[in-house]
Design a protein around this ligand. Structure first.
Ligand code: ATP
Length: 259
């Protein structure tokens, strides 16, 4: 048992990930995404790192939140926990009203496939499938249906695979594999995969990190379109242009939200 301190109402965290946190009651039901006092602890040999120390945040539908902070402050760890790719050792992640954290991996994967678009720097393209097949797989896994603001059943079909390829400027590279793409193409292909399931939450880790100015602008337009359609966006970034389009900026430092 590790005792965490120095971060407000710290829970106790056991090595099996069970937390002493009290489940939040009625916490902001309108929020698309809620994190309540997230803790994440890593041990490598003798080295122990508390990567998240009680991080709480909410992202509403249609809102864009940028997460900024120095290298190693916990941004990617936070994103992985919010996406259900990683489990926090303490605290809770909710998607809509549904708890995402502390559920079996298969359930988290199912919820993610249906509701969340994740753009990690290398994680969302399968190397043995070409770009078109990657997008098709993400669409199928999400069993897309209209769910965003103003959408009624059958009224707003999600962008098709061909349209997505066109929008990210990869029509001519649709048959290529991840290993054959440039950094900028990879980022755009990853974005197409992240948007393929018509997500109502988009989580993106440095989506414009390797892009030139024009391509960055193009990617930002795609993300803004998604927010305009009612999705909640959370973007980890170092880019002033991304920060400029955000409704809110969250500063992380040493695993804690500082402002
Ligand atoms: N799997 C892991 N095992 C051990 N330590 C880890 C692991 N993942 C992250 N860490 C540590 O947790 C801390 C936060 O890492 P994280 O990758 O979340 O930071 P970051 O803010 O995304 O950094 P960067 O901007 O450089 O990508 C760092 O000290 C890192 O070394």
């Amino acid at each position: 048992m590790i005792s965490l301190s120095g971060a407000g109402a710290a829970p106790s965290v056991s090595s099996n990930g069970v937390t002493g946190n009290v489940e939040p009651t009625g916490s902001q039901p309108a929020a698309a995404l809620t994190a309540d006092r997230l803790y994440r602890f890593f041990r490598t040999g003798d080295e122990e790192t508390l990567a998240l120390r009680g991080v709480s945040l909410t992202v509403a539908r249609g809102q864009t939140v940028a997460v900024v902070g120095p290298s190693g402050c916990g941004k990617s760890t936070l994103l992985a926990c919010l996406a259900g790719l990683d489990e926090p050792d303490g605290g809770t992640v909710r998607v809509g009203g549904q708890r995402l954290s502390h559920r079996p991996e298969a359930e988290r994967a199912r919820l993610r496939a249906r509701r969340i678009g994740v753009l990690m720097q290398s994680r969302n393209l399968l190397p043995h499938l070409n770009i078109r097949a990657n997008i098709e797989l993400a669409r199928t896994a999400g069993r897309v249906r209209p769910r965003l603001r103003g959408a009624t059943e059958g009224s707003s079909a999600p962008a098709g695979v061909t349209e997505l390829l066109e929008r990210v400027g990869l029509t001519r590279r649709a048959q290529a594999y991840a290993s054959e793409l440039s950094g900028g193409e990879l980022a755009r292909a990853g974005l197409a995969v992240a948007l393929a399931n018509d997500p109502d939450i988009v989580l993106a880790d440095e989506p414009t990190g390797e892009l030139d100015g024009d391509t960055e602008q193009h990617v930002l337009e795609l993300l803004r379109d998604r927010a305009g359609a009612g999705a909640a966006l959370l973007v980890v970034t170092h880019s002033p242009r991304v920060v400029a389009i955000a409704d809110r900026v969250i500063h992380l430092h040493d695993g804690m939200v500082t402002s």
